[in-house]
Ligand binder design. Sequence first.
Ligand code: A2R
Length: 315
Amino acid sequence: MRDPLLVIGGVTDQMAQKLEQSFALHHREEIADINAWMRDFGPGVRQILTNGHYGVPADLMNALPNLAMVSCYGVGYDNIDTDACIAKGIVATHTPDVLNAEVATTAIMLLMATYRELLRDEAWARSGRWKTQGNAPLTRSLDNQTIGILGMGRIGQEIARKLAPWSPTILYHTRTQKDVPYEYVADLTDMARRSDALVVITPGGPATHHLVDALVLDALGPDGTLVNVARGSVVDEEALVAALRAGSLGWAGLDVFEQEPAIPDALCAMSNVVLLPHVGSATNETRAAMGDLAVENLVQFQKAGTVLTAVPECK
Ligand code: A2R
């Protein structure tokens, strides 16, 4: 008999095929009567596969007496209560590094799309306005900009590296200074004031909640661009809408939102924003690598009681 694995959120066919060799998959969304399922399978469940969006709800974690390991398909794990994991002896894993390049590409795509008005000009070409109204208005160059990066970890460093062909001046803000060849700015508002664009790439969770607030947005200013590829919670979305509406912030490129999958109507109605449905890592290649790592963590724990990529709190 294969061990039961509770699966929260979607998995790719490739992940399901690999997992089915070792586990009997129980998909949370297919369980109609969770109490009956708990009685039948709960005590046998030692492992969960989830993602950064769903995490593990507290009632589920508490109801599984033998839960020992949670594998998160994603690098961000702010919806997994790591304090509760530590208290219960549960090891949590995530998928760092394998998505650095893709999320960095997404950040640069949003910078390019906002600076060069990609959506406006694409619509200009497609709608025939070129013929009826003439050339599209000029845009801004992404070259030689001062780019402030909030968060200089694995992905932040990859964003800085990938920006090199545009000859930027890179500033960064984190809680502790890093060994990187960029200028550290101890105060986030100062950094925003000095930056043409601010790229947000910290984890989510209480420590970073609304780090980018009205003051920071105001400091970025009417010619400034905000790009968020981290978590919606890091930016005060209400303040962002107000700043974009008032023109005290120029542009925003957003892959993440506070109440996903909901995006405020006000943002959807603005022409100075580019919106993506949280697709920072969402390519076949990168999701395959993330899926492989999430599955390898599960299988190795099942076989040997060890994991490859524990979250720092569980190391
Ligand atoms: O503050 P530090 O020295 O721990 O630096 C980390 C920074 N960070 C913060 N910066 C300012 N204020 C905070 N409260 C704060 N908390 C963390 O974010 C570090 O430089 C960076 C996180 O880097 P990594 O742990 O290497 O994460 P990675 O792989 O770059 O991914 C970042 C996030 C994920 O958690 C997902 O939410 C998203 O990107 O995909």
